[in-house]
Design a protein around this ligand. Structure first.
Ligand SMILES: [Ca+2]
Ligand SMILES: [Ca+2]
Ligand SMILES: [Ca+2]
Ligand SMILES: [Ca+2]
Length: 588
């Protein structure tokens, strides 16, 4: 979904120039790449939209009531807002400066009251430039003044004058950015937010169809309101945020507008939203719509704060240690492109330890082995099998090195390879019944991995301690046992470091993880909740302790999250992987 058209156009122009002139064009070396890299893992910045024009006093009162300041305060602007004012007054400057007086950074939404086509035509350039001159008055007051500017917010809705017109929106948005930058206002003063609504009405395309391009977007803002009691954080915003994070890796995401409809669960929902945002590495902030809209059609009183009373949920959320505060927000306004860390920077594997890493299978049937499970860096990549084959890994020849295996449902065969390189299978054999799931591991502690069978229709696990060979079938199972509930997905690991791999199960709909430490029927030895609905689980020894712990790959946002203990809690490390179809742990 990333828009690379400008890059292609530049390449084409350059080629044409060379052809026409026959000259060798000397391109000066690019300046050293600068980047302001921020992390959304473990922290979130809070903000509100104040209902008072004197936002500074309101923010100061709120800080007194909660003991914590707001990093952001949201404002709404129109390019017409300074019409008719005289005597050097500026509504824009004063509104932004009121936020600054409350020791917060403005998150400023800018509307142009016209269609996207009209804005794209340039008809509003003069008015936008006039508004930008008022913005400049605010910035010229100095003292580190800076802001996030969201031009033409909620453009994917059909309720904005410029909404529901992706092609013209892209030009219109870029015009606003170019005009502001054309005044010499650089990235140390303003960061631009592409701020769609969290859901797009039918007929208005997708969020990605409005994306103005990486060079025009510093932050992605999402509007997401809780309109109904009972809606959880994942359904209100988590699902959309995952999709946006997966489509635009490296772009920080801020919940640019949110509010909860009054209900008995409102406070708890706000606590959960902040805790979700803090643990989500892509989400850097939440700005709450603290306005009373009672009386407007379909609206309500969204507030969590009416001086001097603050809702318990909001108070608890902003007091949490993971809710950070910075003013001026210097981390965001360093020179260079603002970008999000693509991994947690935490290395679980200590030097010299024998740790597992991850291998991801892509849609083309390529195996990509990471150097470390926490790094996101591909060390080795090779084709093995076909797209759609079920990947796994194991030590088939007992030499201490894990190599690929795959199960091809179309012919019912398992194909194993003894080296991490492209080539034909070293071992092939017929496997189980259609629908069976291959489970690789060392189930008898002899140092060799074998391929056992999980039969979902029966929740039956068939333990097989010898490999098949020569296109024959697998031998009879040594024993079998029943474990788990229908629909749960099996995984294998040594969860108690005794050298014997056993089976665990994962309920993808709720994140329930449970396992046994012996290959026998019985209750789970351990169970806990981990991850989001739809996550794909794997277990590996990420730190070389001998104990396998879980990791989950989240297809929605392309992030691999690792936990270094088999307990409920936030990820201990994570890394962006991108789009993959299969995952296994691997000891290389
Ligand atoms: Ca091996
Ligand atoms: Ca074995
Ligand atoms: Ca074990
Ligand atoms: Ca471990």
């Amino acid at each position: 979904m990333t828009d690379n058209r400008p890059m292609r156009r530049q390449v084409a122009l350059f080629a044409a120039l060379v052809l026409l002139t026959g000259l060798v064009v000397i391109v000066p070396p690019a300046p050293p790449a600068q980047a302001a890299t921020i992390s959304g893992a473990g922290i979130v910045y809070a903000g509100i939209y104040s209902e008072h024009f004197d936002a500074g006093a309101d923010l100061n009162n709120l800080a007194a009531a909660t003991g914590k300041r707001m990093t952001f305060a949201g404002t709404f602007h129109s390019v017409n807002e300074n019409d008719g004012v005289a005597g050097g007054w500026s509504n824009t400057r004063e509104a932004l400066n009121a936020v600054w007086a409350g020791q917060a950074t403005p998150f400023a939404n800018l509307t142009v009251p016209a269609s996207a086509a009209s804005i794209a035509s340039g008809a509003w350039d003069g008015k936008i430039n006039e508004w930008a001159s008022h913005l400049q008055q605010f910035l010229d007051l100095g003292g580190g003044r800076s802001l996030v500017l969201a031009p033409l917010q909620e453009m994917n809705g059909n309720w904005t004058s410029y909404g529901c017109d992706p092609a013209n929106f892209i030009s219109a948005y870029r015009r606003v950015v170019d005009i502001v930058r054309g005044r010499g206002i650089d990235e140390t003063k303003v960061r631009f937010a592409f701020a769609p609504n969290g859901w797009t009405p039918p007929g208005c395309g997708s969020i990605g169809s409005y994306y103005p391009g990486n060079s025009y977007v510093d932050v992605i803002g999402i509007s997401a309101y809780r309109w109904a009691d009972g809606a959880n954080v994942f359904s209100v915003m988590g699902d959309t945020v995952n999709q946006v994070a997966g489509a635009f890796p490296g772009k920080p995401i801020i919940i640019a507008q949110t509010g909860a409809w009054p209900s008995a669960s409102k406070d708890q929902w706000i606590r959960e939203m902040f805790s979700w945002a803090a643990s989500n590495p892509s989400v850097v902030g939440i700005v709450y719509f603290n306005l009373n809209k009672t009386g407007e059609p379909g609206e309500t009183d969204w507030r969590v704060w009416v001086n001097p009373t603050v809702n318990a949920g909001w108070r608890d959320a902003v007091r949490a240690p993971s809710t950070a505060y910075q003013w001026p927000l210097r981390d965001w306004f360093q020179p260079g492109q603002l970008s999000l860390s693509l991994n947690s920077g935490v290395t679980l594997c200590k030097a010299g330890a024998d740790c597992d890493t991850a291998v991801f299978q892509d849609g083309a049937g390529r195996f990509n082995i990471w150097d470390l499970a926490t790094s996101g860096k591909v060390l080795t990549s090779f084709h093995y099998g076909n797209p759609g084959d079920v990947p796994f890994s194991g030590d088939w020849n007992c030499d201490g090195v894990d190599t690929p295996g795959l199960y091809r449902q179309s012919d019912g065969y398992v194909y194993l390879r003894n080296s991490n390189s492209q080539g034909v299978a070293d071992i092939a054999f017929f496997f189980g019944n259609p629908g069976d799931i291959p489970m690789s591991g060392d189930f008898d502690h002899d140092g060799c991995d074998t391929v056992s069978i999980f039969r979902p229709a029966e929740q039956q696990f068939y333990v097989i301690n010898d490999l098949g060979s020569n296109d024959g079938g697998l031998g009879a199972a040594e024993y079998s046992f029943i474990f788990g509930d229908p629909g749960d997905k099996p995984f294998v690991g040594d969860f108690d470091a005794d050298g014997v791999d056993t089976i665990g199960l994962h309920r993808e709909s709720t994140g329930l993880v449970y396992f046994r430490n012996s290959n026998s029927t019985g209750v789970a030895n351990s169970q806990f909740i981990y991850g989001d609905p739809g996550d794909k689980i794997v277990a590996g020894d990420w730190d070389g302790s001998g104990t396998d712990t879980i990791g989950v790959y989240r297809p929605g946002n392309g992030i691999f999250y690792l936990r270094n203990s088999n307990t409920q809690g936030n990820a201990d490390a994570w890394a962006f992987a991108g789009s993959y179809t299969g995952l296994a742990a691997l000891n290389r």
